[in-house]
Design a binder for this molecule. Sequence first.
Ligand SMILES: [Fe+2]
Length: 266
Amino acid sequence: MVYTVTAMFITKTEKIIADKFIKDGYIILKVEDSKRLRKLQNFIVKSISKNTKNKKSNLDILNSYYMNKRNKDLNQSRLRIYNNINNNQNFRKDFYFLAKHGLDAIVGNELVMQNKINLSIQNPNDHSSLLNMHADTWSGDSPYEVVVWLPMVDAYKSKSMYILPAKYLKKFQKIFLKNQSNQKYLYSKLKKYFHWLEIKFGEVLIFNQTLPHGNIVNKVNETRWSLNCRFKSIFSPYEDKKLGEFFEPITIKPATKIGLKYKLPS
Ligand SMILES: [Fe+2]
């Protein structure tokens, strides 16, 4: 179905966010509640280090994690922390409130949120946790989803991720048609068009997962810690990831609750 958009009744701020998101496929915003962000970061630091009385800051503890953790043991630790995060009652709620207004402007205000928050830990020179260039829709995600990506440390250069802005999609399609199965070829032809995202701790990224994106081996001498989670509008079409299995409604409004229950008198 193709719609012609005839009216856009949105505020100035919403328009700035919407235009940037459409043009580049992503937006980096200041988190909306720095207390909640600290809470999440403290929770992760406590999960990795029993001794939090040392004089190091949270950022130092997270950035220098690779010094105490061999790459081959990384996934086991990641899973343990991932389970801690997802067993915590408030973690997802705090996560959502860091980007609430950005999500309102981009996705809507009746949202479903992924049941689990993903955790990524990328040590320097670790080849095992790479995400080659991909779009999530290629493996069954709905094009109506967005990803909220939250670094727990400063993310920059190879310690971050890249994305192909929407304006290069035609170029991508041409190159993709020539040799779609060769990742190295695709990456080398497209890398000059990528935006390498610089996201400081205290900022949050919302991105369009239908656009090609990925990461490379982290060559910065610091460990990258990031969380990510998907959101979509409750009544938008679903693909492989279903409501009630993968997504949970988080902001359903009274009129919708009434409508869902309503039966005509008979
Ligand atoms: Fe992805």
